[in-house]
Ligand binder design. Structure first.
Ligand SMILES: [Zn+2]
Length: 277
């Protein structure tokens, strides 16, 4: 069963670093997907920490009350469960060097949460209106924490480095077309699309992987992961008519996401029961 699932997973996520010269790869915990890794974890964690401190000082945060307490409580359970899980398996704890921290941002208009490399987590009050309950919030937090555990930012940065090396050469032949695109997009968004920083948009493959790992972390922490389907149904309802088709968005479409989660729930409940404290 394990091998079949693992094969299914590798087929799903594939390996994108095998074809490069002198590949520098790491392996994503649990899914065992190979990923490109050209930067050190401590370097990206340091950068994230500085960015997080800046974010904290400039944002309107809610520092006490039920909501932030609930976020911290879910976070603590998850920190423990993830570490205990890898220790029990005799594997290196991928969160060993994390400096966990949680903030609640007072902004009802933003339906979002994120986790920077090294475990710096932000939840926006707008998200809590959709999650509505602890189990659903644990699903979102599990997903965000999964991005950090799977080192998705580091992977994304590593790819950006290879793109930058490649585009410099390619651009000579294309007469500056790449640089023109870069500047046009930059003017519209204020971002350099090729210069991916710590808060990268993740790829679809990474989003699907974070959904899967997030379910596992939530289940290990003792939450009811069947709530994930209801959560994404609520999210889809809120976004009705506004959701871009899957091929335009880096995120999977709600329908695809719900289909995936639905297919994983029973297996995850059986294979990754709550870790006792
Ligand atoms: Zn994500």
């Amino acid at each position: 069963m394990y091998n079949i699932n693992r094969r299914k997973f590798l087929g799903y996520f594939g390996c994108s670093c095998g074809s490069l010269l002198l590949p520098s790869c790491t392996t994503v915990p649990i899914t065992e997907r190979k990923q490109l890794s050209l930067i050190s974890e401590s370097r990206i964690n340091r950068q994230a920490e500085a960015a997080y401190e800046k974010f904290r000082s400039k944002s309107k945060l809610i520092l006490k009350g039920n909501q932030i307490n609930e976020i911290r409580q879910i976070g603590k359970k998850m920190e423990f469960a993830v570490s205990a899980f890898f220790e029990k398996q005799g594997k290196l704890d991928p969160t060993k060097n994390f400096g966990w921290d949680y903030v609640l941002v007072d902004n009802d208009k933003i339906v979002n949460a994120w986790c920077m490399p090294g475990g710096k987590i932000a939840v926006y009050t707008g998200l809590l209106k959709i999650t509505k309950n602890t189990d659903a919030l644990s699903i979102v937090m599990g997903h965000e924490i999964a991005h950090a555990v799977a080192r998705h930012s580091l992977e994304r940065m590593s790819h950006a480095m290879t793109i930058n090396l490649g585009t410099t050469v390619a651009d000579i032949f294309l007469g500056g077309a790449i640089n023109r695109t870069r500047n046009t997009v930059g003017q519209n968004t204020g971002l350099d699309i090729f210069q991916l920083g710590i808060m990268n948009p993740f790829g679809r493959k990474q989003e699907t992987e974070a959904d899967y790992l997030g379910l596992i972390f939530s289940s290990l922490s003792g939450y009811d992961i069947r709530e994930s389907v209801k959560l994404w149904e609520r999210m889809a309802k809120k976004n009705k008519g506004k959701e871009p088709p899957a091929f335009l968005s880096t995120h999977p479409s709600s329908a695809k996401r719900i289909e995936n989660l639905d297919g994983w729930i029973n297996e995850v409940i059986l294979k990754y029961p709550p870790i006792k404290i």
